[in-house]
Design a protein around this ligand. Sequence first.
Ligand SMILES: *Cc1c(COP(=O)(O)O)cnc(C)c1O
Length: 434
Amino acid sequence: MTPNTETNDSLFARAQRVIPGGVNSPVRAFRAVGGTPRFVQRAQGACFWDAEGRRYIDYIGSWGPMILGHGHPAVLAAVQAAAQEGFSFGAPTEREIELAEAILELVPSMDMVRLVSSGTEAAMSGIRLARGATGRNKIIKFEGCYHGHADALLVKAGSGLATFGNPTSAGVPPEVVQHTIVLEYNNIEMLEQAFAVHSRDLACLVIEPIAGNMNFVRASLPFMQRCRELCTQHGALLVFDEVMTGCRVALGSAQSVYARALPGFEPDMTILGKVIGGGMPLAAFGARRAVMQQLAPLGPVYQAGTLSGNPVATACGLATLREIRKPGFFEALSARTRSLVDGLTDAAKAAGVPFSADCEGGMFGFFLLPELPQNYARVMQSDSARFNRLFHGMLERGVYLAPALYEAGFVSAAHTDADIAATVDAAREVFRSL
Ligand SMILES: *Cc1c(COP(=O)(O)O)cnc(C)c1O
């Protein structure tokens, strides 16, 4: 390797001249926490190294996909073999069938899936399908949940239930979000009112069942049960956005976690991404056959993609799913994540810092709040100045946490007990200085 004379600072300066904000996805810019983003040079196992050769224990894992850690040998071999055979054909391949079959086995609430290239695309297409299949226009979403950056989903709550939401991005005309109703997460009363008002106009309710885009907030069981009942009663589709939670919180995704407590529970449509691509651009949406048959070329709902079901991405996804299906994989991953969360909780307690944390499978969240928050407004009451000191304190000690207090964290199968212990040791020091 050629010696790198660049530093994170010099790279950031160069990047900002040619890429808006120096990054290709906003949260990477460290705007929430301040400071210079680390430019990653390479990664292996549970760690990555920045441009200055400094090593970090990685708790973002590409924001979820890297459930096996970086550079897993079986995945690497599958990707290299696929690359030799060709990058992209624009014609179908057997590997797409294999991946679809594997996904349907893991998430049996779907009969068919369509493969796409990003979670944004999957959520956008899934909602179009829900509208096409029901012949209705309105959708319900929740404050603090993220479903990618399609226009109709970049919206925050308006002033009342009967009013329209407001776009959260410039460039989104108010007309485009007029059919999007934004409600408070875990608020049953508001949910019931919305169904009463909009009833037969509702195409779907889209939800992150465990919301990882406001750190880590679970939909309560009564709330989830009510979502299911109301969708059924009013003929709307219950759409689970499991782009983050899919094959991450459990092999069967978050819906299997809810089905454990609510027997027979299932959503009508599932959006997947992140883990199913193992770090390559790959996502999917699926539902029962009657709904999926509305999709082109069978039905009237149009959807397409030049790189959809890409042969290298499907190889990466298949190899990843093969590993996570091995017996004991999720038990071990869950135990490791739990030990991290318990260690951080102890460290905070010893330092007298208000702290709450939760985890499921290989995903976790923590808050500088005495109790776990139930909705976005409460999440945002976290002490952000204190979080930023925590983030930078950990970063200086070689632990890379999500650079924003409203983002979840991820543990991979490559994180060792020693990695967890080193992280907790660092946290003990940092919490004492908060
Ligand atoms: C990451 C994410 C998306 C968007 O996926 P991209 O691949 O970034 O477009 C959608 N929904 C949820 C729940 C996500 O976490």
